[in-house]
Design a protein around this ligand. Structure first.
Ligand code: SF4
Length: 448
């Protein structure tokens, strides 16, 4: 999972990119970069770490130019190295192209091997470089035609922003796995992974960029084209369950409303007679509010979050994840002592976070700890840009719900149903990718 942004403006864009990327920081905390077109050349700055630490006032001043793209990165398949920081750049016909992507190509290895056999030398271990090479190979002055030819070859998830010859270009894979939205701030045009990046810099989201859509933004306006394909939209349902910010409205669904409805539906599907409804912050908060209101049971913050931590799920190693859980969430004894509680969380992946939290809530005096989860059991790995572990580490792939309940030490455990998820989104489940629950992958992950 990563975050992308692109701005076409009449004034310098580096500061707006900086704030926009900050608002996308939840999508990746490992590294960040921005590339700015000043009319003569593309300037670039990239660094490991958070956006706030990567840029200074001076470095933003030096990145002077009216057109730019930015990226926040969490390393998924390719490993944590500074050479993988995006945007990455290449050259074609005397022009420089800069490109940044959120997603994962399932046929990356095969395409890379083919390109290497043809003599291409890669600078990264990043699938975005394959997209860059293919675009430069097919580019003969018509960027949309080059992107369409590239989209015929690449398979999987991608939401891309690019700088090409004084233009901002954005395109989204035919299934629309990862989000990409379009907005305006007076004359400025902005594309971004989530609407917050547009709103934070003073603009308004105008619409989603559709699955398979290609946008070119230049001095003549916004030009839309489509890649013809038989694929249908399969938006990643986990964007609503967990990844996107609460204020994200993506493909017509608001994440906060979705999460709150999940809580209400979980109360209908798995009621629990307790003293208190407690969220696992942050994405558990709206669902706990929904559950508490539907159940008419008090809502209480029984876990205190360290606001300065990243997400535990997206730390690269198990040891880091364990330490992060302890640092990140601390039980509030005054709230939970002597109470029976129901804990609302978005997912159980390995089970370590849930086990740790339940154990520590009991230590803090909770009498009973029941668990309600706003996603069905995660049984399959994601191949579309989300760093879920191999199936053998997914607790629900190997244990029944009853076994997981015992394993994590909960008094009871229930997951929302697939039908419940569809009701929360008010759309047919056919509109979503739900492969990590049922193994029905919209794009064959073994494709070559
Ligand atoms: S497999 Fe799961 S996490 Fe991956 S895109 Fe599909 S729904 Fe999202």
């Amino acid at each position: 999972m990563c975050g992308v942004i692109g701005i076409y403006s009449k004034s310098n864009v580096a500061t707006s990119l900086f704030y926009g990327m900050n608002s996308l920081q939840h999508r990746g905390q490992e590294a960040t970069g921005m590339a700015i077109d000043n009319g003569e050349e593309i300037l670039r700055k990239r660094a490991m770490g958070l956006v706030i630490d990567a840029y200074t006032e001076e470095s933003l001043r030096e990145l002077a130019g009216n057109i730019g793209i930015g990226h926040v990165r969490y390393s998924t398949a390719e490993g944590s190295h500074d050479y993988n920081i995006q945007p990455i750049m290449g050259f074609v016909g005397g022009e420089t192209i800069a490109i940044a992507n959120d997603g994962n190509l399932v046929n990356y290895q095969v395409l890379r091997e083919r390109l290497e056999e043809e003599g291409m030398m890669f600078q990264t271990t990043n699938d975005t470089e394959v997209i860059l090479y293919l675009i430069t190979r097919y580019y003969d002055g018509d960027i949309v035609a080059a992107i369409k030819k590239t989209m015929k070859v690449i398979k999987g998830a991608y939401s891309v922003t690019a700088l090409v010859k004084g233009k901002v270009v954005a395109f989204r894979d035919p299934n629309g796995f990862r989000p990409l939205v379009l907005g305006r701030d007076e004359d400025d045009v902005i594309v971004a992974s989530e609407n917050a990046a547009i709103e934070i810099i003073g603009g308004q989201m105008t619409r989603d960029i559709g699955a398979g859509e290609i946008l070119v933004i230049d001095e003549t306006g916004i030009h839309s084209d489509h890649f013809e394909s038989e694929d249908t939209p399969k938006n990643c349902i986990f964007e609503y369950v967990y990844f996107a910010r609460n204020d994200a409205t993506l493909d017509d669904i608001n994440a906060y409303t979705f999460r709150r409805r999940c809580g209400e539906i979980l109360w209908e599907e798995a009621p629990c007679d307790v003293d208190l409804v407690v969220p696992v912050p942050d994405s558990g908060i709206p669902s706990a509010i929904g559950y508490a209101q539907a159940a008419k049971i008090p809502y209480g913050e029984g876990l205190v979050k360290n606001r300065y931590m990243g997400r535990t799920f997206i730390k690269p190693t198990q040891k880091e994840r364990d330490m992060a859980v302890k640092l990140k969430l601390n039980p509030l004894g005054d709230v939970v002592k002597g109470k029976s509680i129901v804990l609302l969380d978005d997912s159980i992946v390995r089970g370590t976070t849930s086990r740790n939290l339940i154990h520590r809530l009991r230590e803090a005096g909770a009498k009973e700890v029941h668990m309600r989860i706003t996603s069905p059991p995660v049984k399959y790995s994601c191949y579309y840009g989300i760093d879920t572990p191999n199936r053998k580490h997914l607790i629900a792939a190997n244990q029944s719900i009853k076994e997981i309940e015992e394993n994590i030490g909960a008094d009871s455990l229930a997951f929302i149903s697939m039908d419940g998820l569809a009701r929360a989104g008010k759309k047919s489940i056919d509109n979503y990718c739900i492969a990590c629950f049922n193994g029905d992958y919209p794009v064959d992950p073994t494709v070559i």
